[in-house]
Ligand binder design. Sequence first.
Ligand code: HEC
Length: 210
Amino acid sequence: MKTALLLLAVPLFGHDVITTKVTWTKEISRLVDRRCVSCHNGKGSFSLLDYASTRPWAKAIKEETGNRRMPPWQAVKGFGEFRDDAGLTQEEIELLSDWVEGGAPEGDSKWLPDGTARPGSTVPSKFSRRWQSATGGKVAAIRPNGLRPGQSAQVVAELPNGGIVPLVWIYRFDPRYLRTYQYRVPVDLPARTVIRVSPVEAGTVTLFAR
Ligand code: HEC
């Protein structure tokens, strides 16, 4: 019965037929608030603050998030565990895709989150102490240097006992989104650990100590 009612609802935009229960007011506004409006607030980038301004971007949103181009994070998931990981989870990508495929419905305004969308918090990156291979210690964050636009690079730590610890894998670097990646849990690397960037010509990294 519910489905039948949804199908009968008059689409607001063009000929889109609503075939999903995912709505802007319930799920999508919250996801976008968490993941997108720190940039897409009409100042830094075009606005995704409300349904009216987001709806025209629906197809592009599916495209950009499905290809992991948005939000720009550049670090491949599962290769290093970062505190402020901006990359969408698979569930979030599917939620956006279901919403767009289903006609991107607005939904009942009673579900809207309280208050207006606010810019997301930015993580302060005030690291000063560098990690030294000679002494070892905990690595709190990592920052790539000298990557060329479009380049990908993997960074690993080679431990003295032969172990390998993945540090970060930057995928198709875009200099606009250069950042310091902060580990969820500082990575303890013993003295004489060797940091390898591959391919070697990709540049170097700076490791910050905790
Ligand atoms: C760190 C900042 C930032 C975040 C976070 C971010 N974006 Fe973007 N996005 C940009 C920038 C910069 C552009 C370039 C276009 C422009 O605004 O001029 C862009 C472009 C886009 C485009 C248009 C691409 C095109 O040209 O067709 C879409 C769609 C998009 N973003 C969706 C999203 C969604 C959805 C999220 C959240 C899941 C998100 N973005 C998070 C910065 C960001």
